[in-house]
Design a binder for this molecule. Sequence first.
Ligand SMILES: NC(=O)c1ccc[n+]([C@@H]2O[C@H](COP(=O)([O-])OP(=O)(O)OC[C@H]3O[C@@H](n4cnc5c(N)ncnc54)[C@H](O)[C@@H]3O)[C@@H](O)[C@H]2O)c1
Length: 320
Amino acid sequence: MRLLITGGCGFIGSNFIRYILKRYPNYKIVNLDKLTYAGNLDNLKDVKENKNYKFIKGDICNYKTVDSLVKGIEVIINFAAETHVDRSIVDASNFIKTNYNGTYILLEAALKNKIKYFLQISTDEVYGSRVKGFFKESDTLNPSSPYSASKAAADLLAVSYFKTYKLPVFIARSSNNFGPCQYPEKVIPLFITNILQNKKLPLYSRGENIRDWLFVLDNCLAIDLILHKGLPGEIYNISAGNYLKNSELTKIILKKMDKPWEFINFVKDRPGHDFRYAMDSLKIAKLGWKPRYKFLNALDLTINWYRENSLWWKKLKAKF
Ligand SMILES: NC(=O)c1ccc[n+]([C@@H]2O[C@H](COP(=O)([O-])OP(=O)(O)OC[C@H]3O[C@@H](n4cnc5c(N)ncnc54)[C@H](O)[C@@H]3O)[C@@H](O)[C@H]2O)c1
């Protein structure tokens, strides 16, 4: 199989590329990434000489670039995005450009070049918040931030390409990921690396908000399954059911890293902060997916990775 993976130098994309190259030694990957602040060639330096892997620096918003790369490609998997909610609140423009317009360009190129499958990587944030119960794939989208609104818009556009043009589109909506190579502005790597630097942990409000945590390799397994067994036109939620208040998550990290509760610095809440994300992932379970990693073990793996790769994150944090 020949795949065009976009945003492959980011957190999930780089884990996915490494996973695919190992799992399918005959698959060929082209990685198109703009190398924004979140894209990092170091994430894939161990595979850069692999004969089945090719990196192209470029923008998914540029039709000419995308169209030239899609020739001979069977599958597009779109990870490329602006992904940090706080940044979208400060300035949404790049979120609209990349997350919405960029997806449009990829869909157009997929259609014109008769791509076999198009897999749009989405997020649980498109459903918005709910106090009780779980969102199903058929539920109405109700995003709260410019980030989640741009992702929701891209999902709707991708679905329209299936309905209107029969472009074989899948959508994968996962909950919050964590694991190696996650940019240290996101909560888990931020807290781990702050502790390693003996800095306090900025926790929004009283830490009551609830998130559902998924180890990145479990997400890779789910995306692989959707690609090989999913039904075109379908949306798949991916949740491991690890629901934690942010304060509980922080407590666990502090305990694992031998720091006291006083290490927390409560900060003013984010505007439009969703209280709870929760999805029903029965549909992907029926395809045969279940998480392989237990949350606490995966968190240990993640903490160890940041301990052992301080050069990786120190370079990035120096730019904050
Ligand atoms: N991280 C999570 O917890 C999470 C959860 C659910 C869904 N997602 C989705 O998964 C995808 C990947 O998330 P991530 O956390 O790995 O993101 P990331 O921010 O770590 O990486 C994004 C990558 O996209 C690249 N990129 C940005 N704009 C581009 C453009 N215009 N053209 C080409 N490349 C561009 C960046 O250089 C970077 O390598 C995103 O679509 C995100 O919405 C992430």
